[in-house]
Ligand binder design. Structure first.
Ligand code: FAD
Length: 342
């Protein structure tokens, strides 16, 4: 059980800046994100596209903004817990919050900051029943490191660079699988041109089979997946032997557990007051795209402002006996010491 003054759910731009603002008020924090990297929508959805409305930054890409935010928060060393979905939040008898993640990490936090954006980024799954039971056994959400499948039929689902690369790297192994197939609705991919060229060359050489189709189900025998059922381009039902299924259909944000923590919500967003960005539950704040209030705009700049007031709101809980004053980073020697710029 990790005890902390502040726990931030979501390491998107707003979660990162929340950790910075808490640091200025001498509140240390832990951060959790379902993704294996920080950056939220900026990195997942538009890493290389330009942003033009960050104050004082005429232009930067999504990735560059996240790199700057990481650099800015570095002096406060927030502890990151990545690749974990926050699943439950429970109030303890002493008022603290017990927060648990999908990988079994638990926190006891005095304050909680929900910076969950439009939801946790999770692997998109095909609409086929029963796949979840086989996850990490015969169903994989990424190419497992060192996978040796020489005697297996492998099917990759997806048209992204990651999907095509996975098929290529399996086909190019010294001991490649018995068969490598990639299924997508049609022979048009969103992957990089070089990747598509390598993929097509391996298809032409018969080392990868391209299947134009849509997965409709899986066949099982003795608790093991044995074949993929799909509709082919002509709309006919077909079956393809499968021992290992790689689901590489990208990620999509899912609000998921946040909706079940008993917070006052409106249209899947958490209602907050605009004095501290506190929710209807003491010690729980919501900042960034996840919150709503009259006039709310889902912009990074607005999220940054919310972080400042939420940090001051939390300081009254973390330091109930301390009068916390606003200090300027330009002139405060105390803040210079915290930032390590003395
Ligand atoms: P997010 O960036 O959504 O980050 C939330 C994080 O929380 C995610 O990483 C998610 O995995 C994680 N999370 C959620 N729930 C859980 C959970 N239960 N457990 C663990 N982790 C969880 N805004 C601008 O101001 N200017 C722009 O030019 C601009 N351009 C945009 C372009 C595009 C294409 C898009 C899609 C958005 C754009 N935006 C822009 C909006 C901006 O990206 C969002 O306002 C911003 O990302 C919100 O930040 P956030 O930190 O609140 O949430």
């Amino acid at each position: 059980m990790i005890e902390t003054d502040a726990l931030i759910i979501g390491a998107g731009p707003v979660g990162l800046f929340q950790a910075f603002q808490l640091g200025l008020l001498e509140i240390s924090s832990h951060m959790v994100d379902a993704l294996p990297y920080v950056g939220g929508q900026c990195v997942e959805l538009y890493a290389d596209k330009p942003i033009y409305d960050i104050p004082g930054v005429p232009v930067c890409t999504g990735r560059e903004l996240i790199e700057s935010l990481q650099k800015q928060v570095a002096p406060f060393k927030p502890t990151l817990h990545l690749g974990q979905l926050v699943s439950s939040v429970e109030r303890q008898s002493d008022g603290r919050l017990r927060v648990a993640t999908s990988t079994g990490t638990t926190f006891l936090a005095k304050t909680l900051f929900i910076a969950a954006g439009v939801g946790a980024f999770q692997a998109r799954m095909p609409n086929v029943e029963g796949l979840a039971a086989h996850t990490d056994k015969q169903v994989h959400l990424g190419l497992p490191e060192g996978a040796q499948w020489a005697d297996r039929d492998v099917l990759v689902l997806g048209d992204s660079d990651t999907a095509l690369q996975a098929a290529i790297s399996l086909a190019e192994q010294t001991a490649p699988p018995k068969s490598v197939s990639l299924m997508h609705r049609r022979n048009v991919f969103v992957a990089e041109p070089d990747t598509i060229a390598s993929f097509n060359a391996l298809v032409a050489a018969g080392r990868i089979q391209f299947v134009a189709g849509q997965l409709t189900g899986m066949e099982e025998a003795a608790g093991r997946l044995t074949a993929a059922l799909y509709l082919d381009a002509a709309g006919a039902q077909q079956a393809l032997p499968v021992d290992e299924l790689l689901v590489l259909l990208g990620l999509s944000p899912k609000l998921g557990p946040v909706a079940h923590w008993g917070l006052d919500m409106e249209r899947r967003q958490i209602k907050v007051n605009t004095e501290t960005y506190g929710t209807d539950q003491p010690g729980i704040f919501a900042v960034g795209d996840i919150n709503t209030y009259p006039g709310k705009k889902k912009l990074i700049l607005c999220g940054f402002h919310e972080c400042v007031l939420a940090a001051f709101g939390a300081s009254a809980i973390v330091f109930p006996d301390k009068r916390v004053l606003l200090q300027y980073t330009t002139t405060s020697t105390r803040l210079h010491a915290l930032l390590g710029v003395d």
